[in-house]
Design a protein around this ligand. Structure first.
Ligand code: NCD
Length: 329
């Protein structure tokens, strides 16, 4: 490839750039495109990992994480390197980047774009952080979790996990529980479920941290049946999928945290009330809301779910680099 062609390939044409910011940008067709490629990568990583590494040699990804992360940051980094993409960036960008000196997300994005990366992955402490970066960026921005807002790539891997394990998403009863007000994974999952026809979504949470009205309005608009309860027990036996989340200590006053932190704990007695073929999911990290004793139960699926993040992020990176993902703006 000539130097000029290489430079052109690295710099996305303005107008053609696809950012991944919210769950509602996807269509069912695009989701399934991601899932099919993720499944292919899942088997290719075992059979032909060397071949994979040649796919996108010379491409670069920037990982900018303004909030803590283990799975999301590492799985994006590994996803990139399994595809031959070079990774740059910083963890703790809130302190290690110029954000601490007062630089705006827009200025950071503009400047990073000048280094000709191919993708920028951002976890931001502000709900609109990734969107603000996208508003000025000619390089695709991927939202890797933004404050109390959205975490669309987690929803992708959550739905991929259900699709793989249950063979379908339509017709399932999905229980989503925990801190639904502050947990962005629960918000994004519920929004993305709108692309399917789940039989019912049951939200289980203390009343202080119920699911946001914006997400409920979307469910209503899409005519998806849901209910909100504050007692776990009845919901367990009905579920095909139980999606549990932690109480977001860092996003609420200490007093409230202390009052609700032990309200919903899933231990073996609770899991045994679930259907034999139901699955228990969690975006992780878990604190104490799923007891360790549950890990050995055949319904526990959260570690496999976290592994699936690798395949889904590989698929997302590949589709974005090939400009094959068609998302709403
Ligand atoms: C979640 C997050 O950061 O929103 N973690 C993740 O990405 N898997 C969940 C959480 O922090 O509770």
């Amino acid at each position: 490839m000539s130097n000029r062609r290489r430079a052109n390939a690295a710099a996305p044409r303005s107008g053609a750039v696809t950012h991944v910011l919210r769950s509602d940008q996807f269509t069912r067709q695009e989701l399934e495109k991601v899932f099919r490629l993720a499944a292919r990568y899942e088997s290719m990583l075992r059979s032909a990992p060397q071949k994979l590494r040649k796919q996108f040699a010379g491409k670069t990804l920037v990982n900018m994480f303004y909030e803590p992360s283990t799975r999301t940051r590492m799985s994006f980094a590994f996803a990139a390197s399994h595809l031959g993409v070079t990774v740059h960036g910083t963890e703790n960008a809130k302190e290690f980047s110029s954000a601490i000196k007062g630089e705006t997300p827009e200025d950071t994005a503009r400047m990073l774009g000048g280094y000709f990366p191919d993708l920028i992955v951002v976890r931001h402490n502000r709900k609109r952080g990734p969107e603000r970066m996208a508003s000025v960026s000619r390089v695709p921005i991927i939202n890797a979790g933004a404050g109390r807002g959205e975490h669309p790539t987690q929803a992708l891997l959550d739905l991929y996990t259900i699709w793989k394990k249950k063979g379908r998403i339509d017709g399932l009863t999905v229980v989503i529980g925990g801190d639904l007000k502050n947990g962005r994974t629960a918000r994004s999952l519920a929004s993305m479920l709108c692309l399917y026809r789940p039989a019912r979504i049951i939200f289980v949470s203390p009343k202080q941290v119920r699911m946001g009205k914006d997400v409920l309005a979307r469910l209503k608009e899409k005519e998806i049946a849901y209910e909100q309860v504050s007692i776990l027990n009845g919901a367990l036996a009905k579920a095909d999928v139980v999606y549990w989340t932690r109480v977001q200590k860092e996003r609420m006053p200490e007093g409230l945290y202390k009052r609700i932190k032990d309200r919903f704990i899933i231990g073996l007695p609770q899991v045994q009330r679930m259907k034999q073929d139901a699955i228990l999911m969690h975006p992780l990290p878990r604190v104490n809301e799923i007891r360790k004793a549950v890990d050995g139960n055949h319904r526990a699926h959260y570690f496999k779910q976290a592994e699936n993040g690798l395949y889904v992020r590989m698929a997302l990176i590949a589709l974005l680099l090939r400009r094959q993902l068609k998302l709403r703006p």
